[in-house]
Ligand binder design. Structure first.
Ligand code: NAI
Length: 249
């Protein structure tokens, strides 16, 4: 059977670990060439680069702070030089700086909004021209169930993830006539280093709210990214797909 992403080049931000790493591996297994970014060229980046290359595809990691506009432009220029095109963009880089509003600093607000939301603007804008020229593209943005329904102690994170949904729906309308699709995924509780930081009490409370009675795996999310990246979803755009074990439906 033909691989789902044969001949496509995918760009994933913040992919050295966690959900992004699973997405990168899934895409390479399905035949895509993979460019990915993360904040620094550390061991995680080098390991993933080697694993992807071993799968027989072209792969390269780029140290690039997704929250910085100029850096992003330069990175995408480099990626287009190395890979020739970008067919799929996955805006995955994200952080948390949780606090109740009472205790939230301006820095915590600004950092989360800049890394989570501005980064999506930065990368989408940087790949836009090449997608317009080829009249083809799929942009996939990692939102969160918290962006759909809010969460006490995460007003900055929730606002950034809700902003991503507004951006996604707007870009789907703006670029739809050029065959460029834009969708968001809203994961629930996924077991990664981001959620490992939470206290046992908080984790137990989360699990109680999940009808499927387990946290999601990074592969659960990567499988939905694969669907949105591939031509199986050729007529799906402007949507938010929850991957949350029925927690938020
Ligand atoms: P993670 O913390 O394990 O990985 C995030 C990656 O992004 C890290 O490798 C980090 O170095 C990178 N990164 C952070 N700031 C960056 C920047 N400025 N530029 C480039 N890279 C940067 O997180 P995880 O869990 O894999 O999350 C991935 C995405 O999924 C995030 O957008 C997160 O908000 C979202 N998400 C995660 C959920 C979960 O339960 N883990 C639930 C809902 C959404």
């Amino acid at each position: 059977m033909a691989k789902l992403l044969e001949g496509k080049t995918c760009l994933i931000t913040g992919a050295a670990r966690g959900i992004g790493r699973s997405i990168a591996l899934k895409m390479a297994i399905e035949g895509a060439n993979v460019a990915f970014t993360d904040i620094s060229r550390d061991e995680n980046m080098q390991t993933l680069e080697a694993e992807l290359t071993n799968l027989g595809v072209q792969a390269k990691g780029y140290a690039s702070d997704a929250s910085k506009f100029d850096v992003t432009q330069q990175t995408v220029t480099e990626i287009l030089k190395d890979f020739g095109k970008v067919d799929v963009l996955v805006n995955n880089a994200g952080i948390t700086r949780d606090a109740l509003l009472m205790r939230m600093s301006e820095e915590q607000w600004d950092l989360v909004l800049t890394v989570n939301l501005k980064s999506v603007f930065n990368f989408t804008k940087a790949v836009q021209n090449s997608m317009l020229k080829q009249k083809n593209g799929s942009i996939i943005n990692l939102s969160s169930v918290v962006g759909v329904s809010g969460n006490a102690g995460q007003s900055n994170y929730s606002a950034s993830k809700a902003g991503i949904i507004g951006f996604t729906k707007s870009i789907a309308k703006e670029l739809g006539s050029r065959n460029i699709r834009c969708n968001a995924i809203a994961p629930g509780f996924i077991v990664t280093e981001m959620t490992a930081k939470l206290s046992e009490d908080v984790k137990t409370e989360w699990l109680k709210q999940i009808p499927m009675k387990r946290g999601g795996t990074t592969e659960d999310v990567a499988n939905v990214v694969l669907f949105l990246a591939s031509d199986l979803s050729a007529y799906v755009s402007g949507q938010v797909i929850n991957v949350c074990g029925a927690m938020n439906t």
